[in-house]
Design a protein around this ligand. Structure first.
Ligand SMILES: Nc1ncnc2c1ncn2[C@@H]1O[C@H](COP(=O)(O)OP(=O)(O)OP(=O)(O)O)[C@@H](O)[C@H]1O
Ligand SMILES: [Mg+2]
Length: 440
């Protein structure tokens, strides 16, 4: 099979500040896009989707491994690729047609040819009549149409899209997604193949021929799911729902193997990092939010199917998955065979009085959340029962980029404070053992 573009064993490390080693974002990733197919990269926030796209587009180099495009090794901006960004990335001081022509500037075409091609691309995205408008005069949906026109105008071999619809309101996103799909199905699409990044499961199943699932910590390919539906993919077809539900299960069960011929074998994680209490990242979720979700599920009846639950609860999928993650981490919920069950502890946590909930939460974090347990043990062992925040931040810095280390610290504090295990004194920048714990 003729692959147009492929990433071969691509890894990416970013240096941590102050020479504290490296942060692995992608680990041995193999991804292929063949001529004539739409591939979706599906993964949760932080799985390295955007980084992989940038590497395949030749905008940043891989730390190891390589990218091949049309049989050549990519070494600088990849001429086979044009990109559509979530943020539109239009130049505000240029008109619609000038923004679109921008894509052609580097290709050495004459003025007339440029204008002709730009007008055609503008027509394709349904913006004729708006050639001389400025971005600020356009709605979000129209701005993204310009984003598409600017990519279409170069007639790239592969169109890359990084969450192209996620900055738009639901209805606008739905319309534009449908139009893009129609163009593809009609065979008039101005690119041979498409690689789209998304964390929206339905969007992936709707648009793609194959869905490559990325896992986190570090980003790696879990497997590929073939969307064996006739085009256009009918959302009401039983098979559509089956595939969507399957992908929901995959996304909510990080250890679940993804059935596929292309699955890369599980790699041993490097350097025993995972055994450190600081290496298991906490989902950034407030305790009240966890109990809120549990309460809702208790009300709806336990054994709810994960697929569609986010939608029924009117939560963005990513937020929903993070809350569910936290509930599972605390052993308040279990996900198996696509259904969420609330554990007896979870039910108690959601329904007991605040004080009883706190006591239970304290037990669960001490048992299942190593970072909070470690902070508590450290404070207990200190004569003055306090410790500089920097001590823990430095430990976290070994595993996460600075902003994420801070976020991990804040979540650990929030959970520890709720459990009344410790307090954070923001003025002195010190953690102090909670009075109840100190007394015990
Ligand atoms: N230049 C950089 N320096 C350090 N870390 C980086 C850099 N770029 C990305 N990262 C880190 O790499 C990880 C993956 O980032 P990336 O943006 O590729 O993820 P993503 O899957 O696209 O996430 P999202 O769904 O939130 O867009 C993140 O933890 C991010 O903080
Ligand atoms: Mg991204």
């Amino acid at each position: 099979m003729s692959d147009l573009i492929r990433a071969v064993d691509v890894s990416k490390f970013f240096p941590l500040p102050e020479g504290k080693g490296e942060f692995t974002v992608l680990d041995g990733v193999d991804v292929r896009v063949d001529a004539g197919e739409v591939v979706a990269l599906l993964g949760r926030s932080g799985s390295g989707k955007s980084t992989l796209l940038r590497i395949m587009a030749g905008l940043i180099p891989p730390s190891s491994g390589s990218v091949e495009s049309s049989g050549r090794t990519v070494d600088g901006p990849n001429p086979d690729v044009a990109m559509v960004f979530q943020s539109f990335a239009l130049l505000p001081w240029l008109t619609v047609i000038e923004n679109v022509e921008l894509g052609l500037e580097a290709r050495g075409l004459g003025r007339t040819e440029r204008t002709k091609r730009a007008l055609k691309a503008i027509d394709t995205v349904g913006l004729d009549g708006f050639e001389s408008a400025y971005p600020k005069e356009l709605s979000g949906g129209m701005k993204q149409r310009v984003g598409f026109a600017r990519a279409f105008v170069v007639e790239p071999k592969v169109l890359f899209m990084d969450e192209p619809f996620s900055a738009l309101d639901v209805l606008t996103a739905e319309n534009l997604r449908g139009e893009i799909d129609e163009l593809w199905n009609a065979g008039t699409f101005p690119a041979t193949s498409v690689l789209i990044v998304t964390h929206n499961i339905e969007e992936a199943v709707f648009l793609a021929d194959r869905v490559v699932v990325l896992g986190t910590n570090p980003g790696h390919v879990r497997g590929t799911v073939t969307i064996d539906l006739p085009r256009p993919h009918d959302r009401n077809a039983a098979r559509f729902r089956e595939l969507t539900e399957y992908l929901y299960n995959v996304m909510t069960t990080p250890d679940m193997p993804v059935a596929s011929a292309e699955a890369t074998p599980a790699r041993p994680k490097s350097g025993g990092e995972t055994r450190s209490p600081f290496a298991r990242p906490l989902p950034h979720v407030r305790v009240g939010t966890i109990s809120g979700l549990l309460e809702l599920i208790v009300d709806m009846g336990t054994g709810q199917e994960v697929a569609g639950l986010a939608e029924r609860l009117a939560l963005p999928v990513d937020d929903f998955l993070a809350i569910l993650d936290a509930a599972v981490l605390l052993h308040f919920a279990e996900v198996s065979e696509g259904c969420v069950t609330i554990t007896p502890a979870g039910r108690y946590f959601a329904t007991a009085t605040i004080q009883d909930s706190k006591t239970l939460f304290r037990q669960q974090v001490l048992e299942y959340v190593p970072i909070v347990a470690t902070i508590t043990r450290t404070l207990v062992s200190k004569e003055n029962k306090t410790m500089k925040a920097d001590f823990f931040l430095d430990l976290l810095d070994e595993y996460y980029p600075a902003a994420e280390a801070k976020a991990q610290f804040n979540t650990a504090i929030e959970w520890g404070r709720y459990a009344e295990l410790f307090e954070y004194d923001a003025v002195e920048e010190r953690l102090k053992l909670g009075e109840a714990t100190a007394a015990a």
